[in-house]
Structure formats: structure tokens, C-alpha cells
Design a protein around this ligand. Sequence first.
Ligand code: XUL
Ligand code: CO
Length: 433
Amino acid sequence: MSAQEEFFKHIPKISYKPSAGPADLWCFKHYSAEEVLMGKSMEDWLRFSVCYWHSFCGTGADTFGFPTLHRPWNEGTPMEAAKKRVRAAFGVKYYTFHDRDMAPEGSTLEESNRNLDEVTDLALQLQNQTGVNVLWVTCNLFTHPRYMNGASTNPDCHVLAYAGAQVKKGLDVAKKLGAQNFVFWGGREGFHSILNTDVGAELKHMANFFKMAVKYKEKIGLNCQFLIEPKPKEPCKHQYDYDAMSVIAFLKHYGLEEHFKLNIEPNHTTLAGHSYEHDIVMASSFGMLGSVDANTGSADLGWDTDQFPMDIRNTTLVMKTIIEQGGIQPGGLNFDAKVRRESTNLEDLFIAHIGAMDAFARGLKNAVCMIQDGLLPGMVKERYTSYSHGLGHKVVLGSATLEDLEAYVKETGEPKITSGKQETFESIFNRYL
Ligand code: XUL
Ligand code: CO
């Protein structure tokens, strides 16, 4: 029996219907996979991926309450449920998963690895049948109690060794399934108290751990992009991968920048006190934006709520950056997002994905209009014209000296006051939404 017949009998095939009215939610009003914009199809610009842990493992349980989402694929023994989930998950183009979402942890490393082998054999078979691919794999190095004081930053090398063994297996699985990326999210790589923590030692251990992963990846000929996912806090009080700039500094400091890019999750960015698009833009400016965990938080809450991204302003700014850097491949837009605990119908899970895909498709179209129109890019260019010639050009080339600057001021006097025109930029931006 196909997953469609087994789990999703009443879910229609979702197609593109630009004339859809506000109540017609079982279609894409904006996402038209094959439509070509600026030389690439929408499917290639957006590279959507569904994430396993929220959409297939999620139960709606939270710190205050029991599960509310009863999914038919979560029934049976842990291994039976794992296999049902794999079958249910095969309806989307890309998927992402943690090793422990795919198969339950056993009582020994060997047993965990066997479980993973068994379920990923089935996943590979289904991938080949359906053409669905892995956008990225990651290892869960934060749920098991052994990791409560960190994985690669644990003060006990025995725990670091366990994490290394788990990552080794994760890389093997990534190779077996043809994953296009491999993510490291350091949820417990940080501290709760500075008093019991040797920060310098922990950072060095983490860097050397990453070097081991790079070496093993090269050894097995795994051809995928390594990504680090910044997040400032939660579960730790302070996490080393605080935000895009901290991770870039870490990578450059330890000579790892050739081997990694960043997977930016906007809900983590806002948790770090930045605006939604901040880390997308910062990572991209350094040529380090590798992938996006496309979600959003609630500005009025300030924690990691992992909501589906529905705000067109946000999706427009993200897509503008992605277009400007020429695309996001081999990364993509992974919906690291969960339906609300109160959204208990299976239909809600579909509406959430359709709505978020449409929000990004609309963001893409807006950004294309903005870029092709040339008005805003032209205005930005205009602000920097003084760097296109003379002294400004020397500054750009790195050949100007302080003496040159002083001579210029002596000759030309006080710079004139120039408006930054923020409200003009904002008003024009709004015209594209
Ligand atoms: C946690 C988070 C993770 C990573 C993968 O906040 O975003 O799910 O994306 O471990
Ligand atoms: Co994430």
C-alpha cells in the first residue's frame, strides 16, 4: 500500500491555481515549481525540505502538557513506528532528519547503529522509488543524558568520544543516502555557569572535533556541504555558536572556514536579539550562507517557537539575499517548523506547508521584481558612488593611506550632510509586497 493510501487518503494532490480565493487553501496560489524566474525554476530557487522531527515525530507534547497530535505513523513498537514514519515521510522532494529521529537509540552504540542501518535501508529503497532526496542529515548530540554537559565540548573526553562515534556513523549514513549537506547544531555546546567552565579548552576541543569530522568525510569520499547552525541559547544559557558572526569568527580562528558554511534559522537569529533577516544577510556577506531553516518565532514571546514562516516581508528579504548570492544550492529552505500544539488535524500539517511554501514563492516573486526593477538597488548604489572613483576607489583597492585621507580633507573641507532616506527605502520596499 502506498503512503498516500495508507496515511493520506483524504489529502488531495496540491497544484498551482493562481486564481484561488482566500478560502481555497488546498492549492498553491504562488508556488509554480517549473516557472522560471531570473534563469532558475522556482523549485531550484526554493529547494523546500520537510523536517522529520517536527512533521513526523512531533506529538504536540510540551513541558506543560501531554501529546495532542495523534499521528497514525507513530503507532507500534519504536522500530515499527520508525518504519511507518519513513513510509509516511515520502511525499516531499527533500527531507532532513536527526539520526535518532530516523531510528530509536539502542542500549549500546552497536545496537543504535544496527537500528539506523535497518531503517535507512528502507529509506534508501523508498528514495530510489520516489525520487525524494535528503537535503541534510544531522546527529542528535543533545537529547541523551550523556550529553547534558555538552558533546564535543564536554569536560569528559569519554563523552566527546561517544559523540565522535555517533558522528562517524552519521557521516556513513549521509553517504549511503546521498545527503547533500550535513548539519551540526551545538545545542549543548556552551555553558550554564562560567564558574565551572574552561571556555578556551572547550572551544579548542570543538574545533578539533570538527577537524576529525572533515578528515573522516574526506576519507570516505562523502561529497556534501558541512553546515553549522547558530543559536545563542536554549537549551544552554550560553551557546558558543551564538549567531552568524560568532560562528564565522570561530571557523576563521581555527582555520575551518573552507570546510563549513552556515545553516541559518531565523527563529535563532531573533533569539539572539537580531532582526529576522539579520544572520541571513551577515552569513551571505561573508559567502557563508549555506542553507536556511525556514521558520519564525513570535516577537512577543522571545523563545524558539519554531512556527511556520508566513510573513511576506520576511520571506521577501530572505529571497532577496538568496537571489543576490546566486541561489542556495546545495542547501535549501528546510521547514524546521511545527504546527501548533492546538492545530490537531492532520490537515493542519498540510495547510502549514502549503501556506509557508506559498509565502516563500511570493517572497521570491517580490524579490525578483525588486531586483529587476532596479530602483532600490540603484538607490543603494547611489549612496556609495563616492567609492567609484578618486580617493574612494583607492580605499576600495586598499591602497589609500591616512596621509591621503588627511590631504583630501585639507583640500575639500567638511563633508556635506546627506540623508540616509530610511523612510523612502521602507516605503518603496512596501510597494513590492
Ligand atoms: C534546534 C534546531 C535543531 C536543528 C537540528 O533549535 O533548530 O532542530 O535544526 O539539530
Ligand atoms: Co534548526
